[in-house]
Design a protein around this ligand. Sequence first.
Ligand code: SF4
Length: 442
Amino acid sequence: MSRTFHILTYGCQMNEHDSEKISGMLNSIGYKELDNDNKDAISSADLVILNTCLIRENAAQKVFGKLGALKGLKRKNPNMLIAVCGCMMQKEEVRKQTLKKCPFIDIIFGTNNIHELPELIKKAHIEKAVSIIENTEKIYEDMPKARKYSHKALVNITYGCNNFCTYCVVPYTRGREKSREPGDILNEIRDLAKNGCKEVTLLGQNVNSYGKNLSNEFSFAELLREISKIDGIEFIRFMTSHPKDLSDDLINAIKESEKICNHVHLPVQSGSNNILKEMNRKYTREHYIALADKIRHEIPDVAITTDIIVGFPGETTDDFMETVDLVKNVQYESAFTFLYSPREGTKAATMENQIPEDEKHERFNHLLDTLYPIALRKNEECIGKTYKILVDEVSKSSGEYLTGRTQHFRLVHFKGDKSLIGKIVNVKIDTVKTFFLEGTIV
Ligand code: SF4
């Protein structure tokens, strides 16, 4: 009988895609994934893997909560293997703390050595198997991937980050920035297209610096142009764009191609120059606003979304109000908002002037009160318009509805049969809410 596994993924799309690689590796050695909808998956699997995230405090807390539950399951079924991987394990102090708190963990590996998993499983039947590669130049191209969807795919273009924003652990957990060779990326996407994939999302901590460290420099805009020549690929998305590196050529590439989605996720983090400097973001609010204006001017039908951190150490009321002012100025289609939480090992965690929690919450609510009406008004502009949408899945809230996204990344619900999943339909928008649109297939 084949062995089974269950994988729980925390954090960002990078981690989601790493989990697809982990699943692919496990399938290649005969393990079968238990259906995520199966409530007993976690208790009946031979191998349970937690792919962890360290970027926010609550993601790490969730992992410890889940490990607490796994302790009981392991007691009942000592043959179950428990593996923990991902960003939390890349940090030595966190790894040590996790092993101390949870000595029942059988396997630990990191973000740079997913390819070692089959060997680690063999070893874990004899002794605890811990292996981490701190930093590596090497990119493993031939790892099998068990992708969650066949009609859309996540594709790494860079790994790691060189920016060292003072609040962020990524440069410590994923190492220095490395770009994949354009040929490898294009071959992967050609293969995906041959197998029916219609949408790719290109992933990198900073896609705009793609190619800078390749022996033959190749820009992100050039890469997008090459991908848009691939037959079968209809939607090209990408994230994340660091504002300091977004080039005019990228704006031109988006303008030129129907396939490159008119959506730029451009994390601002703060609207105050003082805070941006403390964050080591390497741009000013003036630069950011001018860039957003240029993008909106050059690509009139564009959506700009962002990430904002509230309550960074030393943030005064005036600094915060500059963020609110910037939000009103840029008029974001949507935003991910975060309360600052200190991450061990980062410079910001050692800054003295941390903001009290109640103050952070008050500012956070003020920010949402600014963002939401803008998002709703922008969504209202979609009423009566028709959008080309790749049908993703059955809606989680109602079995009668399907969901997909506009090229601007707006979530749309519409009635339809699940046989349409993976097909492209035209949907006319009837009603809107702050976070989604509702429409009818036409
Ligand atoms: S650009 Fe800054 S926030 Fe983004 S991954 Fe790199 S260090 Fe972290």
